[in-house]
Design a protein around this ligand. Structure first.
Ligand SMILES: Nc1nc2c(c(=O)[nH]1)N[C@H]1C(S)=C(S)[C@@H](COP(=O)(O)OP(=O)(O)OC[C@H]3O[C@@H](n4cnc5c(N)ncnc54)[C@H](O)[C@@H]3O)O[C@H]1N2
Ligand code: MOO
Length: 405
């Protein structure tokens, strides 16, 4: 494997890892609708029937034929398949969602009708009070493209179209390894030891990006042998192994030598971005020939999260078989410094109404205070400074509405 470490441009690095992920996306499988949430459509979603499949009343009332008054001859409830209404001057009581009998000329709302004995009078509204077959979609119409993420809305649509199973790609499986003998997993930091601030959150962030991830493993002992066997074991079950720390070439930074020993190939080996430039993505051959991925997240905690949003998010989009993530834009309200030839990812809070970006404080690469209060990162392009009023790309943290403190 090459060990050349010329940093790749941030934009180029993202599209390179996305393409590598897409090329290695797992094959399509059919899964029951109840298991499809979080998967990705492997084929376009086309409706298997007209929607609705038959004419349905949109109100509770009277399905009438011809001019009134109408003689009541029956009742149709939702779920039934009614006989035709053959005679003018007749009506059947009808429920919302019930199939309209053939021959019906209007539906009269119950609250706009008067029934006296077996006769109904009233004036139906001018616009039809039923849903025509194919009004929402025609049989065979493409409703969503291949590559669309399956969410609960999509599952509901697929059910209404008549699907029992969907052809999907499963979510990528991820594993997390934490490196660093200096890390404590409980208690107060001190005497040279710091708390591991990545092992718990990184799997949680990965799940936010749609990957399946179990709890982290580690801290893995700072020896080359321990690194190689931990990576090998993690790769047995994962499409992607994220490691934290050891991306540089310090005395106990074993990631690069471990990759070499495992026959890894760099997709990206360091990125021209601050913070987080030693981030990397490599492929490692999998047992079935489909490549597995390793993402090396730098040890500085904020830098690790920058690597997640910069490289792991597009890699996972590729592995899902989804489109390359497009970045929204924000407007800077304050000056944000550039980082020379490097892209600067600057932590900001974003006003949800006017999309203005407000820099937060405590943003050193070893700090998490700023990150915990931010929505994501404003992107300051190489060779530029973020001037107030500038519209720049924004890399969101995968937060749900209302989650930002
Ligand atoms: N000679 C140079 N040294 C460093 C450079 C450089 O250019 N030349 N770059 C610095 C930058 S930038 C980064 S980022 C780090 C990346 O280092 P590693 O990925 O090798 O990470 P470590 O050395 O293992 O740790 C760095 C730092 O982060 C702390 N750490 C590690 N893991 C965790 C964790 N899970 N939770 C909390 N904190 C963690 C670790 O204690 C160190 O303080 O390299 C710089 N050095
Ligand atoms: O680039 Mo390093 O990530 O500043 O800490």
């Amino acid at each position: 494997m090459t060990t050349k470490t010329v940093p790749v441009g941030w934009v180029q690095a993202r599209s390179r890892v996305y393409s590598a992920g897409l090329a290695a996306a797992p094959p399509a499988v059919a899964v029951p609708l109840g298991e499809a949430d979080g998967h990705t459509l492997a084929e376009p979603l086309t409706t298997l029937t007209d929607l609705p499949a038959f004419p349905t009343s949109s109100v509770d009332g009277w399905a009438v034929r011809g001019p009134g008054p109408w003689r009541v001859v029956g009742r149709v409830l939702a779920g039934g398949s009614p006989p035709p209404l053959d005679e003018d001057g007749t009506t059947v009581e009808i429920a919302t969602g019930a199939m309209l009998p053939a021959g019906v000329t209007a539906v009269l709302r119950i609250e706009e009708s008067t029934r006296t004995g077996g006769l109904v009078i009233g004036t139906p509204r001018a616009q039809p009070e039923w849903r025509a077959p194919g009004e929402e979609a025609r049989r065979g119409e493409v409703l969503l493209p291949a590559g669309a993420a399956v969410n609960p809305g999509v599952v509901g649509l697929a059910a209404s179209c008549g699907y029992d199973t969907l052809s999907v790609r499963r979510p990528p499986k991820a594993a997390v390894l934490v490196f660093g003998d200096e890390l404590l997993t409980a208690g107060l930091p001190g005497a040279g030891r710091v708390r591991d601030a990545l092992g718990v959150p990184v799997p949680a962030w990965l799940r936010r990006f749609g990957a399946e991830s179990g709890p982290f493993v580690g801290p893995v002992e700072d020896t080359l042998g321990a690194h190689v066997s931990a990576i090998q074991k993690a790769l047995e079950k994962a499409d992607l192994v994220c490691t934290t720390g050891g991306t540089m070439r310090g005395p106990v930074d074993h990631l690069h030598p471990a990759l070499e020993e495992l026959g890894g190939e760099y997709v990206v080996n360091s990125v021209a971005v601050r913070p987080g430039f030693p981030m990397l993505v490599a492929t490692v051959p999998g047992p079935d020939g489909r490549p597995r991925f390793l993402a090396g997240l730098p040890g500085n905690p904020q830098s690790a999260i920058v690597a997640l949003v910069s490289l792991v998010a597009p890699l996972l989009a590729g592995l899902h078989g989804r489109p390359e993530p497009a970045l929204p834009q924000v407007t800077l309200v304050e000056a944000v410094p550039g980082r020379g030839d490097y892209t600067h990812l600057a932590l900001v809070r974003v006003d949800p109404v006017d999309r203005t970006a407000h820099p937060v404080r405590h943003v050193g690469s070893a700090m998490l205070r700023g990150l915990a209060q931010a929505d994501g990162f404003a992107v300051i392009a190489p060779g530029t400074t973020g001037e107030p009023g500038a519209v720049v790309p924004f890399v969101p943290l995968p937060l749900l509405n209302g989650e930002r403190p």
